[in-house]
Design a protein around this ligand. Structure first.
Ligand code: HGY
Ligand code: MN
Ligand code: MN
Length: 396
């Protein structure tokens, strides 16, 4: 059993849930346990391990001079997530350092490992809080009002000190290995994906307000059913996305109040996640969501509150790093496919500050954000070896 395989199995046990998946959310005991486990592995490898003010785990191999080559991903998950999303990139980074150590390499510049906090944003529908803080993108006003300061305090962190997590200025290049999370790579037959660009993501929380009333006595034409607004939203956004073709739309959380089988829903809350890799379509997403939901609210006689939860524009990854990853794969005897990413990643934050590159391994059946997520050990190890080659090239 290789170290990477063993690490993947060990990490999957932390936060393993009753439904066969992994649930590790930002500022919880489960993620703290995973972070502590990671910090031990980093220390074993002789790296300086620390938890930064944003809850990122940072491992630093301070060697040589100049800016660091940073390898990273995340250990937090979606609810009932898989064992590879995020974890693979962090554990592959460990594997790369382990290889360099075994080879007796003395890097000419620092090599850092980051496990970014709250990439998924599962608790507060934020996403990439850790990498954004690392890059100095702390929109404190935006993050302050939704329970994040309280959650941080419970984990022994101080919201007011988030800005202290900024270290991107000491970084010269960022590389992230990740599972594809879609079907494209597996279907193509190529071993690895070299990511060209990452899709833009936009999120909202919507609340329709109608009138709670008796389910049996209120005539159908007199109801102001808030959940009907929610249901119409699901289908209207799905149809708009299908029609437009270069976007996706998802309502992943929905609830009705007060929640009784014989009560007309007086309020309904839902999340909206819309994405597009095309800058033009991305720019059209906000008006599309606002107009669609306003029209539904007007037609159903409902009030509407719409709050933006996250905004991450599409981004192209560094052409030089794409070439470097492709060359590393070739030298390792692996075939590659250049492809965009339909999932969001910490790399999309880093890419606005430093050259960033991403390498994908195939996801069996294209399944992710599910306990069924699977990538073979052979593919994981191949990805780590190619990542190691790319790092060696960056170290000169
Ligand atoms: O939602 C996403 O695309 C990512 O997995 N954070
Ligand atoms: Mn994910
Ligand atoms: Mn991920």
């Amino acid at each position: 059993v290789s170290s990477l395989r063993a690490d993947l199995e060990a990490a999957a046990c932390i936060g393993a849930d009753e439904r066969g998946g992994v649930s590790r959310f930002a500022w919880t005991r489960e993620l703290a346990q995973a972070n502590a486990w990671l910090m031990e592995r980093l220390s074993e490898l002789g790296l300086t391990a620390e938890l930064d003010p944003a809850g990122n785990v940072l491992g630093r191999w301070e060697s040589g001079k100049g800016t660091a080559v940073l390898l990273g991903s995340h250990l937090d998950t979606v609810p009932n997530g898989g064992r590879f999303d995020g974890a693979l990139g962090v554990l592959a980074a460990l594997d790369v350092v382990r290889r360099l150590r075994a080879e007796g390499v003395e890097p000419r510049r620092p090599v850092w490992i980051a496990s970014f906090n709250d990439e998924e944003g599962a608790r507060f529908q934020t996403g990439m809080l850790g990498s954004r803080a690392f890059c100095g993108e702390c929109d404190l006003e935006d993050w302050g009002g939704r329970g994040i300061p309280e959650a941080m305090a419970e984990a022994g962190l101080d919201f007011a000190r988030l800005a202290g997590a900024r270290r991107v200025d000491e970084v010269g290049a960022y590389l992230e290995l990740h599972i594809e999370q879609g079907p494209v790579l597996e279907r193509s037959g190529a071993d690895l994906g070299v990511v060209t660009a990452i899709t833009g993501m936009l999120g909202f929380r919507a609340r329709f307000v109608g009138e709670a009333n008796h389910a049996g006595t209120t005539p159908m034409e007199h109801r102001r059913d808030a959940l009907a607004g929610g249901a119409r939203t699901v289908l209207a956004l799905r149809d708009a996305a299908r029609e437009r073709g270069d976007m996706t739309a998802n309502v992943g959380v929905i609830s009705a109040e007060p929640g009784g089988f014989n009560v007309v829903p007086g309020a309904a809350e839902l999340t909206v996640d819309v994405r597009s890799p095309s800058p033009e379509t991305y720019a059209a997403l906000e008006p599309l969501v606002r107009e669609t939901l306003s029209a539904i609210a007007a037609e159903e006689g409902l009030g509407l509150e719409l709050a933006e939860t996250h905004r991450k524009p599409p981004v192209a990854l560094d052409p030089g790093l794409q070439d470097a990853l492709e060359a590393a794969a070739r030298d390792e005897g692996a075939t590659t496919l250049r492809m965009p990413s339909g999932a969001g990643h910490d790399a999309m934050v880093l890419a606005h500050h430093v050259p960033a590159g991403m390498l994908f391994v195939p996801s069996r059946g294209g399944v992710s954000h599910s306990p069924a997520e699977f990538t073979s050990a052979e593919h994981c190890e191949l990805g780590a070896r190619v990542l190691a080659r790319a790092v060696r090239a960056l170290l000169g």
